[in-house]
Design a protein around this ligand. Sequence first.
Ligand code: ZN
Length: 186
Amino acid sequence: MVRTRLWILHVVTYSIKLFMSLLPILRFPDPRLKKIAAPVEVVDDSIRRLARDMAETMYEAPGIGLAATQVDVHKRVIVIDASETRDQLMALVNPEIIEQDGVQVCEEGCLSVPGIYDRVERAEHVVVRYLDLQGQEQIVSATGLLAVCLQHEIDHLQGRVFVEHLSQLKQLRIRNKLAKQARITA
Ligand code: ZN
């Protein structure tokens, strides 16, 4: 009985995954993570589809934010859900920090740098202007984790990965660790 139920559950999960478009995530230090994303000129169906696929990829990973750069699409699009309930999805096109103040230090991780977490200093409060998926201009004012997440993802669009905020020695250690991981999985 239990086995049958599990089997049904697996089939259902597998079927759902077939309909999802999960995008491969680039891993640091892939040079494509250094590309600077271009602004989106028109928010059309292709951008909405990209944002939807990015959101599915982020939830599946699971992560709390993903930038288009990380899926090798060099357009200014990010998705974020920093809520505990995982139901506060934000999709931001052409996000731009227009105000920032204060300082906070938060432990960060990144889907492009698996297994690595470290403390990064960021602004405590940011105001971000962006276009929503209807192409309407919006403004979000954020503090705490959401502010960190916005700064982390906007950094990706500029070709910056969070580890680049760390010391050269730490960066070298991270590169060596990831290279070792890659050799083990290869
Ligand atoms: Zn990241």
